[in-house]
Each structure stands twice: as structure tokens, then as C-alpha cells.
Design a protein. Structure first.
Length: 191
């Protein structure tokens, strides 16, 4: 599995309703996309007192079952996004663990943490801790929990989707979820 995210930082005075309308109009286009475990259409607004953000953001997050889906998306529908916003840099992480609940489409909020992996870290122990944490979080309210890493800059990512607004202790960056595309709704736990 592959986790993927790109993010657009929008001007402070940007009308974020434009993003909300875009998600409402285009969100369903990936509902049945081949090899997609889920796509969460994420945004953050500076003016949102319940989920404060430094910036206005549009930052979709994808969980691909394999590279075929990611390649098909980037070689196809992604072009329209690039025409609207420019081609973004994309973060890609091999997945250590993903745990998804069948009601993932009910997610209204997301949290994301980016963590530096220390030079002396025991990667196998780190992976096992992240596996346990994803399973714990889905057992305690998360509709999806993804733990992944990238060995170029040695960072890890934790993404969680929630039905209820998360407490600030649970995140570095929080988002509102405008839509979740999840072609297959069976419970999925891989790691």
C-alpha cells in the first residue's frame, strides 16, 4: 500500500468556499477509482476557530492499494487539478499499517502528524509501535488510521479520519473532510 498527499497553501484572503464547491462537485469522481483504498478530500481554513490552521489549505490524502492505481490517477484525472492549481510536489509513503472501518465515508475531520525518524531508531520496533497505535486508534473512534514512512528524509506520517472533532492533543494539523471516496467498504487492516 502507498499513502500519498499533496497540499496547496492558499492566500490568507482566499474564499475557501471555492474549495468546498470543488469538493462537492468533483468528490464523487474517485468513488470507484481502481486500486484506491480511500481518498479523503481535506481542507483547512485559517478562520476556523474549532480547527485552527496557520494557512488555508487544500490537501487531499490518498491510500492506494498498489502503484497501478496511483500511476493511473497521476497519468489521468490529476491533469485537471494541475490545470486549476499548478502541479504540486507530492509526498509518497510506503505504508506500515492501515486500518479502515466500513463507515469511513462518515468522516468529518482528519488529523495528520509528521514525525522525524531518529538516526538511531530501531525501524522494526517503530513499525510495530505504529501498527499497535493504528489498531488502538481505530478501536477508539478513528474511522481510518494510516501509519507510513519515507526513507528519503526519514519521516513518518500518521493520518486519522474521525467522525467527531478531535481534541487538539491528537494532531499537528487538522482538516475538515469534504468527501471520502472509498470504493470498497469492507474492513481493512494491513501491515
Amino acid at each position: 500500500m502507498i499513502a500519498m498527499q499533496y497540499s496547496f497553501t492558499l492566500p490568507a484572503d482566499y474564499d475557501m468556499q471555492i474549495i468546498a464547491r470543488r469538493i462537492a462537485g468533483k468528490g464523487g469522481m474517485t468513488d470507484d477509482f481502481p486500486h484506491l483504498a480511500f481518498k479523503a478530500y481535506l481542507s483547512a481554513t485559517r478562520e476556523n476557530p474549532g480547527l485552527p490552521s496557520r494557512d488555508n489549505l487544500y490537501a487531499p490524502f490518498y491510500l492506494w492499494r498498489n502503484e497501478k492505481g496511483m500511476n493511473a490517477f497521476l497519468g489521468g484525472p490529476f491533469k485537471a487539478l494541475c490545470e486549476s492549481f499548478g502541479r504540486p510536489s507530492i509526498k509518497v509513503w510506503p505504508v506500515w499499517q492501515a486500518s479502515l472501518k466500513p463507515d469511513i465515508r462518515e468522516a468529518a475531520f482528519a488529523t495528520r502528524e509528521l514525525l522525524d525518524i531518529p538516526v538511531d531508531a530501531d525501524l522494526d520496533a517503530w513499525r510495530l509501535r505504529e501498527r499497535d497505535r493504528t489498531l488502538h486508534d481505530t478501536a477508539h473512534g478513528a474511522l481510518a488510521a494510516v501509519a507510513a514512512y519515507e526513507p528519503t528524509g526519514w519521516t513518518a506520517v500518521r493520518l486519522r479520519l474521525w467522525r467527531e472533532r478531535p481534541s487538539p492533543a491528537q494532531w499537528q494539523q487538522a482538516y475538515e473532510v469534504g468527501h471520502v471516496s472509498a470504493p470498497s467498504l469492507e474492513t481493512l487492516s494491513l501491515g
